[in-house]
Design a protein around this ligand. Sequence first.
Ligand SMILES: Cc1cc2nc3c(=O)[nH]c(=O)nc-3n(C[C@H](O)[C@H](O)[C@H](O)COP(=O)(O)OP(=O)(O)OC[C@H]3O[C@@H](n4cnc5c(N)ncnc54)[C@H](O)[C@@H]3O)c2cc1C
Length: 503
Amino acid sequence: MTVTVEALDELVTALRTVLADDQILTSKTDRYNRARVPAPFPVHRWSERLPDLAVLPTSTEQVAGVVRIANELRVPVVPRDGGTGLTDGAVPLRGGIVVDVKRMNQVKELDLENRTVTVGTGISMLKLNEQLAKHDLFYPDDPASYPCSLVGGRIGTSGWSLIGSRYGHSRDLVLSFDHVLPTGEVMHVGDGIGHKISKSSSGYQLKHLFMGHQGTLGIATEATLKLFPKPEAELSPFWAFDNYDDAYRCVGALARAGVATFAGAVLFDEWKVAYLRRDDEAYIPQPNDVRALVCAVMYGYEDEVRPAGKRLFRIAKDHGARYLGDEISEGDWAARHDRYATPLHGRTKAGQVVPMSWHCEDAAVNYTNLPSVSRAWHEIVADLRRRTDVFDDWGMFTYTSGSTGVDYLTEIDVGIWEQQLDDRAWEMWVKAKRDIAAVALAHNGSISACHGSCREGEVDLVPQELGRGFDVMLDLKRTLDPNNIMNPGKYLLDRAYETGPHA
Ligand SMILES: Cc1cc2nc3c(=O)[nH]c(=O)nc-3n(C[C@H](O)[C@H](O)[C@H](O)COP(=O)(O)OP(=O)(O)OC[C@H]3O[C@@H](n4cnc5c(N)ncnc54)[C@H](O)[C@@H]3O)c2cc1C
C-alpha cells in the first residue's frame, strides 16, 4: 500500500463526493482481483503490485471527478478495462486507484444511416457484436482476446486485429472518443469537433496520441466506432507444408495478391506446429510430416468470397500447400478466440509434462526480415532453456499487419513454469525480452507490435527505437500530467519529471 491509512481515509472521503459507497472497493480480494494481468507478469512478486483501492464509475463525469481528486491529492490512477493486456499496462506499480470501467458498458447510440455506434468503453467486442447482429452489422476489431478485452483497453493499447488487413486495426476503427485528461478535464478526441468524422486536417491529429499510451495520458470513457455490414461469408483455409520456406513464400504471395476480401494470413512455424501437436489439447493433431501451417482468411459477400478463395487456393497450391479440409480449417479459425482458455502445459528438458503459463514477445518486422528474426529469437529462447527448466519454446506465429504484406506482426510464445519462477529466472527472462527486442530493432522493426512496449525488458529500448521522438513523449507527458498521476512508472516516463536533460 502506497497511501498511508490516514491518507486513504481522506481519499475515500473525497471519492464519496462523486461515487456511491458500492462504487469504492477497498477489500483485499477486490484489490487482488484488479492487480494481475495474464503475462508476462512476475507472479512471484504479485502482492507488491496492488492498488490501494478500486473504483467502478458509471459515467464520464464520475471518471473525471475521480481523476480530479487523485490529481489534487497526488494519488496514482491506473485505468483497467478487461485486464487482458500483455504489457503489464494495467498493473498498478505504485498502488493508488484502479479505475475499472466495466460498468460503463452501454450502447449509447446506434446510427444506422452513418454506420456508427457510440459505446461506453467498458463494453467487449463480443457483447457489442451480439447487439449489432440484429441489424446485420458488425464492429470488426478482432484480437485473439476478442471476448474479454474491452473497447477502452483497445484504445489504451491501440490494439491489432487478426482481420485488420481487410478492416483496419483499432486505430482505424475508432472514430473518436471522450477522454479524461490527467487533470480531470474532459476533451473529445477525433477528427474535427464532430463525433463521426473520419477526415479532417484542422490542427494537429491528436487521435493517435491518445491511443496506445497505456493509460499514461488519461482515460477514454465513451467511443464512437465505425461499423461494417456483417459478412455473409467467411473462408479460412488452413494449408500444411512440409517445410517452413515454402510456407513463408506462400504467405507473402497470398498477401501480395491484392485480393479485396483478403482479411489476413497467419503463418505457424515448425516449433509452433510441434508444440500444437505435442502439448495443446485443444488442437487437432497434425501429421508428422507437417512442418509449417498457413491460414488465410477472407470476409465478404458469398459471391465475392468464393472466387477470391479460388484464387488464393491456386496460389497456395503453387507453393506446395496441402489443404487440411473444411472441418479443420473452420474449427481452427473459430478456435482463435478461446484456445488460451484451455489448461496449458509444457515440457521440462527431460520431457516431463508440467503446467506452464503462456508468455509472448512480439514485434512488427518487414516480410523480408521474418526468417532471420525467427532464427535469432529461437536461439535466445534455446539459450534460456539450456540454462533452466522454467522455460519452454512454444514456437512462433506471424500475421499480416496490412493488406499489402509490407510488415508482419510476429510473436514467439514461451511457456513459463510459474510455480518455479523466482528472482533469478525472472531476471533471465527480462534479459531475454530485451535481447528479443534488440533483434527486432536491428532489423528496423518496431518492438512489441501488438501489446505495447512498456513492459519490463523491452521498455529499456524504447528511447532507442523512437530517438528524438522519445523526448517529445517526455515533454508531452510532463505538460499533460504535471503531477505524474496517470499510471506512473510505465514507459520510462518518470524521466519527464527528473531535473536536467532527459537523455
Ligand atoms: C489470449 C490473449 C490474446 C491476445 N491477442 C491480442 C491480439 O490479437 N491483438 C492485440 O492487440 N492484443 C492482444 N492481446 C492483448 C490484449 O488483449 C490487448 O492489449 C487489449 O487491447 C487489452 O484490452 P483490455 O480491455 O484487456 O485492457 P487492459 O488490460 O485493462 O488495459 C490495457 C492498457 O490500456 C490502459 N487502459 C485500459 N482502459 C483504458 C481506458 N479506458 N482509457 C485509456 N487507457 C486504458 C491500461 O491502463 C493498460 O495500460 C491478447 C491478450 C490475450 C490474453
